[in-house]
Design a protein around this ligand. Structure first.
Ligand code: GLU
Length: 379
């Protein structure tokens, strides 16, 4: 018989938690900080820390606080102005956290990340080492995107995604997303009084994604689509995720007391290994390999390596060791992986057996184009 998931049992094993706080939870609509809310949240975080739980805070609010300080009525339009607002606001935010956390004798540290830090394997591991060192020293890291130096094209874009990548980076047990809504509903609770709140999501299916405001739906509420995307990253990485309303009293305590608040997303039983998580969610995808039906079957059903014989075409320019996406003939992504041959070589050996490589590219160092150890299914 299937084991029923009971939060009270599960939370006993939680040691490391990432908490994501959004701008709407931290600031008023004029951009000024909601001091009362911040104080209550910091008090709860400090109390959880006193229980022995490691806390990593992913906090938005830099641009919002910068707007408040500059007395602007709305978000700046140009990139340099947004960057300037973030540079001003990040200081204000950290000053506030420093002040309030110090009242509870907690030491905090700031880490500002960019997508490039996550895409480059060495920088990714450096960030991980820095975070583990801080946690070892009982410090609460506070993370945000380095908005002052990144432009839209290379951004994480939203801190829901950033918090899930951080959860994967530090192998957190739980990601708590503080939202302005109670969790995931089956339809928009603002317009439909009978909307039902989900207590538990065992698997993020295409239906769930649609409910959250994916393509073809107009039910998206409170930025739910990015939260579900974050849920997919977190749950594939072995981190459970819960979406709760950040304005409810003692909400963090309620979560960690195992009360049935918000919507809980269960992590997968067989999470991806660390390197595979990096390939799937962090690496920079440099091109596409379009594969035939036989290769689709070999990858998806038999979890085999990708061979050149199943490759129909190559898109993009990439080197050996870089990440590519593997797609079927309908352009549906099946997997991602690190290639053993560069794009120029692959264009010459596609469709061939490995014993035929030598005559085309003067070597056949690898039988596989992507070894199964460097390949992650994305379905
Ligand atoms: N990093 C942005 C900020 O601090 C927020 C991004 C988001 O709202 O998700 O203003």
């Amino acid at each position: 018989m299937e084991n029923k998931f009971i939060r009270k049992n599960y939370i006993k094993n939680i040691k490391r938690v990432v908490v994501k706080i959004g701008t709407s939870t931290l600031t008023y609509s004029n951009g000024l900080l909601n001091l009362n809310r911040i104080e209550l949240l910091v008090r709860q975080l400090s109390d959880l820390h006193n229980r022995g739980i490691e806390i990593i805070l992913v906090s938005s609010g830099a641009i919002g606080a910068g707007i408040g300080k500059l007395g602007l009525n709305s978000k700046p339009k140009t990139i340099p102005e947004k960057q300037a607002a973030a540079a001003i606001g990040q200081g204000i935010l950290l000053h506030m956290y420093e002040k309030v956390f110090s009242e509870y004798s907690k030491t905090i540290a700031q880490i500002l990340l960019t997508r490039e830090d996550m895409m480059d394997r060495t920088r990714f591991l450096n960030a991980r080492n820095a975070l583990f060192t801080l946690l070892d020293k009982d410090i609460i890291p506070i993370i945000n995107e380095n908005d002052a130096i990144v432009v839209d094209e290379i951004k994480f874009g939203d801190n829901d995604t950033l918090s899930s990548l951080v959860s994967s980076l530090v192998e957190a047990d739980l990601l708590i997303i503080l939202s302005d809504i109670d969790g995931l509903y089956d339809c928009d609770p603002h317009t439909n009084k009978s909307a039902k709140l989900f207590d538990l999501i065992e698997k993020i299916t295409p239906e769930i994604e649609k409910m959250a405001g994916g393509a073809g739906s107009n039910l998206g509420t409170g930025g739910m689509a990015t939260k579900i995307k974050a849920g997919k990253i977190a749950t594939s990485s072995g981190t459970d995720m819960v979406i709760v309303n950040g304005s409810r009293n003692n909400i963090l305590q309620s979560v960690l007391d195992g009360e049935n608040v918000g919507t809980w997303f269960k992590s997968k039983n067989a999470p991806l290994a660390a390197k595979k998580r990096w390939i799937a969610f962090n690496s920079n995808i440099k091109g596409n390999l379009i594969v035939d039906k036989g290769a689709c079957e070999a990858l998806c059903s038999c979890q085999k390596s990708l061979l050149a014989s199943g490759i129909l075409s190559i898109e993009g320019t990439f080197d050996k060791g870089e990440s590519v996406s593997i797609k079927d003939e309908n352009n549906k992504e099946l997997a991602r992986g690190l290639v053993n041959y560069n794009s120029k070589e692959l264009n010459l050996i596609k469709g061939l057996k490995s014993c035929e490589f030598e005559s085309k590219i003067n070597h056949n160092d690898y039988d596989e184009v992507i070894h199964k150890n460097n390949l992650v299914l994305m379905k």
